[in-house]
Design a protein around this ligand. Structure first.
Ligand code: IPE
Ligand code: MG
Length: 222
């Protein structure tokens, strides 16, 4: 969900206003994607690197996150959607961790789209964590090193219970992954847009999806 800050600054407003606009846009985007049958949407909301932003911006993002989490139960239930958080949530306040646990629990029965929010998430840290978990399993005698294959490591990713990533969209003109879903991106299609996230609307998403549908995915085959 990139470009919130620039979107706001271009309008002479504080960056936090852009983050709010971005959060509002996520809501309508979820409605749209859920309605067309998308099974899972992962959004990058806060990276392991975002802590180094000015404290007031980090605080504003945490307030926004907490406020958002409080709305999940009511909003998701009507839409049959399910919330999932990916990342090291131990770094968040107790208040936020409680709200995450509650939101995940009450939406767990939903069989519509899963909204997976990457929070304090980094692709490298996710892979490192998987390596550590695998090493611990070997040490405890639960598996041998030979048991560690791609399926096993994939099963240790936060996204283990989600379908394969088909399409990664980065708005706001940047053309890089910035530590997002590094493992999962192996065969994902990429789509870049110059539009900042708060302005990235249904028609833009539809363009990306139609383009995706017309690609020839060979997965290394011919
Ligand atoms: C939102 O956009 C992404 C978050 C980390 C919350 P940015 O805050 O990165 O906006 P730009 O890239 O500075 O415009
Ligand atoms: Mg950015």
């Amino acid at each position: 969900m990139d470009g919130n800050g620039r979107w706001a600054r271009r309008r002479g407003m504080p960056r936090s206003v852009g983050h709010k606009a971005g959060a509002d846009n996520l809501e309508s985007m979820c409605d749209y994607l859920n309605s067309i049958g998308v099974k899972a949407l992962t959004v990058y909301a806060f990276s392991t690197e975002n802590w180094s932003r000015p404290q007031d911006e980090v605080d504003a993002l945490m307030d926004l996150l907490y406020g958002y989490l409080l709305t999940v139960e009511e909003k998701f239930k009507n839409r049959n959607m399910k919330l999932k958080i990916s990342g090291d949530t131990s770094a968040f306040s107790e208040k936020i961790r409680g709200a995450i646990a509650h939101a995940e629990e009450v939406t767990a029965p939903g069989d519509g789209m899963v909204l997976n929010i990457a929070l304090n998430y980094g692709g490298r840290s996710e892979i490192t964590r998987a390596a550590r978990l695998a090493a611990e399993a070997v040490k405890e005698g639960k598996i041998t090193p030979d048991d560690i294959d791609e399926d096993y490591i994939g099963g240790l990713m936060y996204t283990a219970d989600l379908p394969e990533v088909d399409l990664i969209i980065r708005p706001s003109g940047e053309q890089r992954l910035s530590n997002f879903l590094l493992w999962q991106a192996a065969y994902a299609e990429l789509w870049y847009s110059d539009i900042c996230w708060p302005d990235f609307k249904e028609k833009d998403m539809e363009r990306a999806i139609i383009d995706y549908q017309n690609r020839d995915r060979r997965f290394g085959n011919v």
